[in-house]
Design a protein around this ligand. Structure first.
Ligand SMILES: NC(=O)c1ccc[n+]([C@@H]2O[C@H](COP(=O)([O-])OP(=O)(O)OC[C@H]3O[C@@H](n4cnc5c(N)ncnc54)[C@H](OP(=O)(O)O)[C@@H]3O)[C@@H](O)[C@H]2O)c1
Length: 265
């Protein structure tokens, strides 16, 4: 039997890198997309040593042409797409002093939202052919507004809306759509954002390595996502805090706003 094909964007680091290992163990053929060629080659080498079939395609998900090329190269190489995981993403924290930064708002929407739209546009016909899985690695910030993360929250709300709409649209065609409302997971994402921050002293409330050590590992989050694909789940909230946050937001929204301010700021 032909093994299934998974395309993972942002697969060179954090959750995406851990997803590669999960799908490789389940004998999937893997297609990996990210911007850094060096990092792509490193992961290709690591996975090839385990006998995994892996294609790497240098891709900037903000660019539709790159995503079209990613789909074409995947079909050229493997002839089908069974799972697309829209995982590539960035974050950013705005300080109260700096205020709203339009260029950062655009940057996050372009990567987190349009990155998902661009890849999905060019792979959806193939996913419909295989009755496959369309996945978005979203965030709790895509269900509740987190303080000082308006750019991140809006990009993830948009991603959630886009994927949820497609789920309903294609409900009779066998397409599986999974939105993953990830919670804090220890990866490079915050460190990359800090490098990029233009004001001193934030992200607000970020406790650095001590805080990272209390988060889920990338491997744990990836295992949840892998099982979500396997059992064709609709939505996932891998962290306990994430589950509670969303529940309180439904039950006691006014009080929850204050709790979010206390916990996340
Ligand atoms: N870690 C958390 O606490 C957390 C919580 C909730 C949700 N998430 C979501 O989980 C996803 C993965 O994040 P992570 O924490 O694993 O971050 P990470 O370790 O920083 O990895 C991000 C990956 O995305 C790639 N990437 C970034 N911009 C890209 C672009 N324009 N085109 C293609 N690839 C791009 C990076 O590679 P290049 O830079 O080489 O392109 C890298 O492989 C993100 O969507 C994030 O929002 C994370």
């Amino acid at each position: 039997m032909k093994s299934r094909v998974v395309v993972i964007t942002g697969g060179t680091s954090g959750i995406g890198r851990a997803l590669c290992d999960c799908f490789a163990k389940a004998n999937y053929q893997i297609v990996l997309a990210a911007r850094s060629e060096d990092k792509l080659k490193k992961v290709q080498k690591e996975l090839s040593l385990t006998g995994t079939q892996i294609l790497v395609v240098k891709t900037d998900v903000r660019l539709e042409e790159d995503c079209k090329n990613l789909a074409a190269e995947t079909i050229n190489c493997y002839g089908q797409i069974d799972v697309l995981i829209n995982n590539a993403g960035i974050t950013w924290y705005e300080s109260d002093n700096d205020g709203i930064n339009i260029s950062k708002q655009r940057d996050l929407i372009n990567t987190n939202f349009f990155g998902t739209v661009n890849c999905t546009k060019h792979m959806l016909p193939h996913l419909l052919d295989t009755k496959g899985s369309l996945v978005g690695v979203c965030s709790i910030a895509g269900e509740v507004g987190l303080p000082n993360r308006s750019a991140y929250s809006s990009s993830k709300f948009a991603m959630n809306g886009f994927l949820s709409s497609l789920r309903v649209q294609h409900i009779k065609k066998g397409l599986h759509v999974l939105v993953v409302f990830s919670g804090y997971t220890s990866t490079n994402i915050r460190k990359s954002a800090i490098k990029d921050c233009n004001s001193s002293g934030f992200p607000p409330g970020y406790g650095g390595d001590v805080m990272e050590s209390n988060m889920l590992s990338a491997e744990e989050t990836a295992r949840h996502i892998f099982n979500g694909v396997k059992y064709r789940k609709r939505a996932l909230r891998p962290t306990f805090v994430g589950k509670v946050t969303v529940l309180l937001n439904k039950l006691i929204p006014h009080l929850n706003d204050r709790l979010l301010h206390k916990y996340y700021k």
